[in-house]
Write a protein that binds this ligand. Sequence first.
Ligand code: GLU
Length: 286
Amino acid sequence: MKTRFAPSPTGPLHLGHAYSALLAFGMAQAAGGNFLLRIDDLDQSRARPEWEQQIYDDLHWLGLHWPTPCRRESNHMADYDAALDQLWDMGLLYPCGCTRRDIREALSAPQDAPREGPDGLIYPGTCRPDRPLAGPRPKDQTLRLNMDAAMHHVREALPLTFTEGGAGLSGETGEILLSRNAMINNVGDVVLSRRDAGAAYHLAVVVDDAAQGITHVVRGADLFDATRIHVLLQTLLEVATPRYHHHVLIRDEHGKRLAKRDDARAIAVYRAEGMTPRDIRQKIGL
Ligand code: GLU
Protein backbone atom coordinates (compact mmCIF):
# COMPACT_ATOMS: atom_id res chain seq x y z
CA MET A 1 0.00 0.00 0.00
CA LYS A 2 1.43 3.32 -1.07
CA THR A 3 -0.28 6.66 -0.78
CA ARG A 4 0.72 10.29 -1.12
CA PHE A 5 -0.11 13.85 -0.21
CA ALA A 6 0.46 16.30 -3.06
CA PRO A 7 0.11 19.94 -1.98
CA SER A 8 0.87 22.90 -4.25
CA PRO A 9 3.41 25.38 -2.82
CA THR A 10 1.23 28.36 -3.70
CA GLY A 11 0.13 29.38 -0.21
CA PRO A 12 -0.03 28.18 3.39
CA LEU A 13 -1.40 24.75 4.30
CA HIS A 14 -4.65 25.05 6.22
CA LEU A 15 -6.77 22.70 8.32
CA GLY A 16 -8.14 20.97 5.21
CA HIS A 17 -4.62 20.06 4.13
CA ALA A 18 -3.77 18.86 7.64
CA TYR A 19 -6.80 16.58 7.53
CA SER A 20 -5.87 15.15 4.13
CA ALA A 21 -2.23 14.58 5.05
CA LEU A 22 -2.96 13.07 8.47
CA LEU A 23 -5.63 10.80 7.03
CA ALA A 24 -3.35 9.50 4.26
CA PHE A 25 -0.45 9.07 6.68
CA GLY A 26 -2.68 7.24 9.17
CA MET A 27 -4.05 4.93 6.49
CA ALA A 28 -0.54 4.07 5.33
CA GLN A 29 0.58 3.35 8.89
CA ALA A 30 -2.46 1.20 9.63
CA ALA A 31 -1.81 -0.86 6.50
CA GLY A 32 1.96 -1.12 7.05
CA GLY A 33 2.33 0.85 3.82
CA ASN A 34 4.19 3.94 2.63
CA PHE A 35 3.32 7.61 2.71
CA LEU A 36 4.93 9.89 0.12
CA LEU A 37 4.98 13.65 -0.10
CA ARG A 38 4.87 15.12 -3.60
CA ILE A 39 5.25 18.80 -4.39
CA ASP A 40 2.71 19.83 -7.02
CA ASP A 41 4.65 22.82 -8.33
CA LEU A 42 3.48 22.57 -11.96
CA ASP A 43 2.25 26.14 -11.88
CA GLN A 44 5.63 27.83 -11.82
CA SER A 45 4.04 31.26 -11.96
CA ARG A 46 2.55 30.74 -8.49
CA ALA A 47 4.88 28.24 -6.77
CA ARG A 48 7.30 29.79 -4.25
CA PRO A 49 10.24 28.18 -2.41
CA GLU A 50 9.11 29.71 0.87
CA TRP A 51 5.72 27.99 0.62
CA GLU A 52 7.46 24.72 -0.15
CA GLN A 53 9.62 25.12 2.96
CA GLN A 54 6.51 25.93 4.98
CA ILE A 55 4.91 22.67 3.77
CA TYR A 56 7.90 20.67 5.05
CA ASP A 57 7.88 22.53 8.38
CA ASP A 58 4.14 22.21 8.96
CA LEU A 59 4.00 18.51 8.08
CA HIS A 60 7.02 17.68 10.26
CA TRP A 61 5.46 19.62 13.08
CA LEU A 62 2.26 17.58 12.66
CA GLY A 63 4.39 14.46 13.14
CA LEU A 64 4.50 13.21 9.56
CA HIS A 65 7.55 11.79 7.83
CA TRP A 66 8.24 10.58 4.31
CA PRO A 67 11.14 9.33 2.19
CA THR A 68 13.35 12.15 0.89
CA PRO A 69 14.00 13.69 -1.52
CA CYS A 70 10.35 13.92 -2.44
CA ARG A 71 9.17 14.17 -6.03
CA ARG A 72 8.75 17.71 -7.30
CA GLU A 73 6.72 17.98 -10.45
CA SER A 74 8.86 20.73 -11.94
CA ASN A 75 11.69 18.15 -12.20
CA HIS A 76 9.59 15.84 -14.36
CA MET A 77 8.39 17.96 -17.28
CA ALA A 78 10.00 15.47 -19.71
CA ASP A 79 7.78 12.68 -18.32
CA TYR A 80 4.66 14.75 -18.93
CA ASP A 81 5.86 15.64 -22.43
CA ALA A 82 6.33 11.94 -23.20
CA ALA A 83 2.75 11.19 -22.11
CA LEU A 84 1.46 14.11 -24.20
CA ASP A 85 3.41 12.81 -27.20
CA GLN A 86 1.86 9.39 -26.70
CA LEU A 87 -1.68 10.82 -26.64
CA TRP A 88 -0.89 13.07 -29.61
CA ASP A 89 0.42 10.10 -31.62
CA MET A 90 -2.80 8.24 -30.82
CA GLY A 91 -4.66 11.14 -32.49
CA LEU A 92 -6.48 12.12 -29.29
CA LEU A 93 -5.27 15.70 -28.77
CA TYR A 94 -5.89 18.90 -30.68
CA PRO A 95 -4.72 22.50 -30.32
CA CYS A 96 -7.25 25.03 -29.06
CA GLY A 97 -6.90 28.79 -29.27
CA CYS A 98 -10.15 29.67 -27.49
CA THR A 99 -10.10 32.13 -24.62
CA ARG A 100 -12.50 31.77 -21.70
CA ARG A 101 -14.54 34.50 -23.30
CA ASP A 102 -14.69 32.68 -26.66
CA ILE A 103 -16.00 29.63 -24.83
CA ARG A 104 -18.66 31.63 -22.99
CA GLU A 105 -19.76 33.25 -26.22
CA ALA A 106 -19.95 29.95 -28.06
CA LEU A 107 -22.06 28.62 -25.22
CA SER A 108 -24.40 31.59 -25.05
CA ALA A 109 -26.93 30.13 -27.51
CA PRO A 110 -30.11 29.63 -25.47
CA GLN A 111 -30.47 25.96 -26.35
CA ASP A 112 -27.27 24.95 -24.62
CA ALA A 113 -26.86 26.76 -21.35
CA PRO A 114 -23.22 26.67 -20.20
CA ARG A 115 -22.57 23.73 -17.90
CA GLU A 116 -19.67 23.13 -15.56
CA GLY A 117 -17.66 19.92 -15.67
CA PRO A 118 -14.83 18.88 -13.33
CA ASP A 119 -12.59 21.26 -15.25
CA GLY A 120 -14.73 24.36 -15.67
CA LEU A 121 -17.15 25.03 -18.51
CA ILE A 122 -17.73 22.05 -20.77
CA TYR A 123 -15.94 22.91 -23.99
CA PRO A 124 -18.30 23.48 -26.96
CA GLY A 125 -15.88 21.90 -29.44
CA THR A 126 -15.09 24.99 -31.49
CA CYS A 127 -11.51 23.92 -32.35
CA ARG A 128 -12.11 20.14 -32.44
CA PRO A 129 -10.93 18.74 -35.79
CA ASP A 130 -12.93 16.17 -37.75
CA ARG A 131 -10.01 13.82 -38.04
CA PRO A 132 -6.79 13.16 -36.10
CA LEU A 133 -4.06 15.69 -36.83
CA ALA A 134 -0.82 14.58 -38.45
CA GLY A 135 2.70 15.82 -37.78
CA PRO A 136 4.59 16.49 -34.56
CA ARG A 137 2.81 17.71 -31.42
CA PRO A 138 2.66 21.51 -31.32
CA LYS A 139 4.69 22.58 -28.28
CA ASP A 140 3.43 26.11 -27.78
CA GLN A 141 -0.34 25.68 -27.92
CA THR A 142 -3.05 24.64 -25.52
CA LEU A 143 -3.98 21.00 -26.19
CA ARG A 144 -7.35 19.43 -25.44
CA LEU A 145 -8.32 15.78 -25.23
CA ASN A 146 -10.87 14.78 -27.86
CA MET A 147 -13.23 13.01 -25.45
CA ASP A 148 -15.33 11.34 -28.11
CA ALA A 149 -12.21 9.91 -29.80
CA ALA A 150 -10.72 8.91 -26.45
CA MET A 151 -13.86 7.02 -25.41
CA HIS A 152 -13.89 5.35 -28.81
CA HIS A 153 -10.27 4.32 -28.29
CA VAL A 154 -11.05 2.54 -25.00
CA ARG A 155 -14.34 1.03 -26.21
CA GLU A 156 -13.16 -2.51 -25.55
CA ALA A 157 -12.39 -1.70 -21.94
CA LEU A 158 -15.84 -0.14 -21.29
CA PRO A 159 -17.32 0.44 -18.84
CA LEU A 160 -14.28 1.96 -17.16
CA THR A 161 -14.51 1.72 -13.38
CA PHE A 162 -12.70 2.69 -10.23
CA THR A 163 -13.11 1.73 -6.61
CA GLU A 164 -14.13 4.52 -4.24
CA GLY A 165 -13.53 3.85 -0.57
CA GLY A 166 -14.60 7.27 0.67
CA ALA A 167 -17.31 9.20 -1.14
CA GLY A 168 -17.71 12.07 -3.57
CA LEU A 169 -19.70 15.21 -2.77
CA SER A 170 -22.85 13.46 -3.92
CA GLY A 171 -22.09 10.45 -1.74
CA GLU A 172 -21.09 8.03 -4.51
CA THR A 173 -19.07 5.13 -3.17
CA GLY A 174 -18.09 1.56 -4.12
CA GLU A 175 -17.52 0.61 -7.76
CA ILE A 176 -17.93 3.78 -9.88
CA LEU A 177 -18.73 3.39 -13.59
CA LEU A 178 -17.69 5.88 -16.27
CA SER A 179 -20.15 5.79 -19.15
CA ARG A 180 -19.31 7.07 -22.61
CA ASN A 181 -22.23 9.50 -22.60
CA ALA A 182 -21.41 10.96 -19.21
CA MET A 183 -17.77 11.44 -20.20
CA ILE A 184 -18.74 13.27 -23.39
CA ASN A 185 -21.61 15.31 -21.92
CA ASN A 186 -20.46 15.97 -18.37
CA VAL A 187 -16.68 16.12 -18.71
CA GLY A 188 -15.92 16.99 -22.34
CA ASP A 189 -12.68 17.98 -24.03
CA VAL A 190 -10.48 18.87 -21.07
CA VAL A 191 -7.19 20.77 -21.37
CA LEU A 192 -4.14 18.53 -20.88
CA SER A 193 -1.43 21.03 -21.76
CA ARG A 194 -1.40 24.81 -21.55
CA ARG A 195 0.22 27.10 -24.06
CA ASP A 196 2.23 29.02 -21.48
CA ALA A 197 2.66 26.43 -18.72
CA GLY A 198 2.93 22.96 -20.26
CA ALA A 199 1.28 19.86 -18.75
CA ALA A 200 -1.97 20.40 -16.87
CA TYR A 201 -2.77 18.90 -13.45
CA HIS A 202 -4.92 16.04 -14.80
CA LEU A 203 -2.10 14.74 -16.95
CA ALA A 204 0.68 15.26 -14.38
CA VAL A 205 -1.22 13.59 -11.54
CA VAL A 206 -1.76 10.45 -13.62
CA VAL A 207 1.89 10.28 -14.73
CA ASP A 208 3.12 10.90 -11.16
CA ASP A 209 0.83 8.38 -9.46
CA ALA A 210 1.89 5.75 -12.01
CA ALA A 211 5.61 6.60 -11.78
CA GLN A 212 5.49 6.40 -7.99
CA GLY A 213 3.43 3.20 -7.89
CA ILE A 214 0.66 4.81 -5.84
CA THR A 215 -1.94 2.17 -4.89
CA HIS A 216 -4.30 4.40 -2.85
CA VAL A 217 -5.11 8.02 -3.60
CA VAL A 218 -6.46 9.86 -0.55
CA ARG A 219 -7.74 13.40 -1.24
CA GLY A 220 -10.70 15.74 -0.84
CA ALA A 221 -14.17 14.92 -2.19
CA ASP A 222 -13.95 18.01 -4.43
CA LEU A 223 -11.69 15.96 -6.72
CA PHE A 224 -14.08 13.00 -7.03
CA ASP A 225 -15.43 14.11 -10.42
CA ALA A 226 -11.94 14.78 -11.77
CA THR A 227 -11.09 11.15 -10.99
CA ARG A 228 -13.09 10.14 -14.07
CA ILE A 229 -10.58 12.04 -16.20
CA HIS A 230 -7.69 10.37 -14.39
CA VAL A 231 -9.10 6.85 -14.85
CA LEU A 232 -9.60 7.48 -18.56
CA LEU A 233 -6.02 8.77 -18.93
CA GLN A 234 -4.69 5.74 -17.00
CA THR A 235 -6.52 3.48 -19.44
CA LEU A 236 -5.23 5.36 -22.48
CA LEU A 237 -1.65 5.38 -21.17
CA GLU A 238 -1.94 1.75 -20.04
CA VAL A 239 -1.01 2.29 -16.42
CA ALA A 240 -2.76 0.88 -13.35
CA THR A 241 -5.73 2.63 -11.73
CA PRO A 242 -5.20 3.02 -7.97
CA ARG A 243 -7.99 2.81 -5.43
CA TYR A 244 -9.47 6.15 -4.45
CA HIS A 245 -10.57 7.49 -1.12
CA HIS A 246 -12.15 10.94 -1.33
CA HIS A 247 -12.66 12.37 2.12
CA VAL A 248 -15.09 14.95 3.52
CA LEU A 249 -14.02 18.56 3.25
CA ILE A 250 -13.18 20.60 6.30
CA ARG A 251 -15.42 23.66 6.47
CA ASP A 252 -15.32 26.88 8.44
CA GLU A 253 -17.93 27.75 11.05
CA HIS A 254 -20.20 29.11 8.29
CA GLY A 255 -20.05 25.81 6.40
CA LYS A 256 -17.81 27.24 3.69
CA ARG A 257 -14.93 25.17 2.28
CA LEU A 258 -11.50 26.34 3.30
CA ALA A 259 -9.35 27.80 0.55
CA LYS A 260 -5.72 28.81 0.32
CA ARG A 261 -6.67 32.40 0.99
CA ASP A 262 -8.10 31.45 4.38
CA ASP A 263 -4.82 32.44 5.94
CA ALA A 264 -6.51 32.77 9.31
CA ARG A 265 -6.83 28.98 9.37
CA ALA A 266 -3.30 28.33 8.21
CA ILE A 267 -1.53 25.68 10.27
CA ALA A 268 1.33 28.13 10.73
CA VAL A 269 -1.03 30.63 12.38
CA TYR A 270 -2.33 28.04 14.85
CA ARG A 271 1.25 27.03 15.57
CA ALA A 272 2.22 30.62 16.26
CA GLU A 273 -0.76 30.92 18.61
CA GLY A 274 0.62 28.04 20.66
CA MET A 275 -1.65 25.19 19.54
CA THR A 276 -0.21 21.68 19.60
CA PRO A 277 -0.51 19.03 16.84
CA ARG A 278 -2.94 17.30 19.18
CA ASP A 279 -5.16 20.42 19.27
CA ILE A 280 -5.14 20.45 15.46
CA ARG A 281 -6.20 16.80 15.29
CA GLN A 282 -9.00 17.53 17.71
CA LYS A 283 -10.13 20.57 15.76
CA ILE A 284 -10.54 18.50 12.59
CA GLY A 285 -12.10 15.54 14.32
CA LEU A 286 -9.25 13.04 14.03
N1 GLU B 1 -2.14 19.70 -5.71
C1 GLU B 1 -3.45 19.13 -5.83
C2 GLU B 1 -4.35 19.79 -4.79
O1 GLU B 1 -3.85 20.24 -3.77
C3 GLU B 1 -3.35 17.63 -5.62
C4 GLU B 1 -4.61 16.90 -5.83
C5 GLU B 1 -4.41 15.39 -5.72
O2 GLU B 1 -4.15 14.92 -4.62
O3 GLU B 1 -4.51 14.73 -6.74
O4 GLU B 1 -5.54 19.89 -4.99
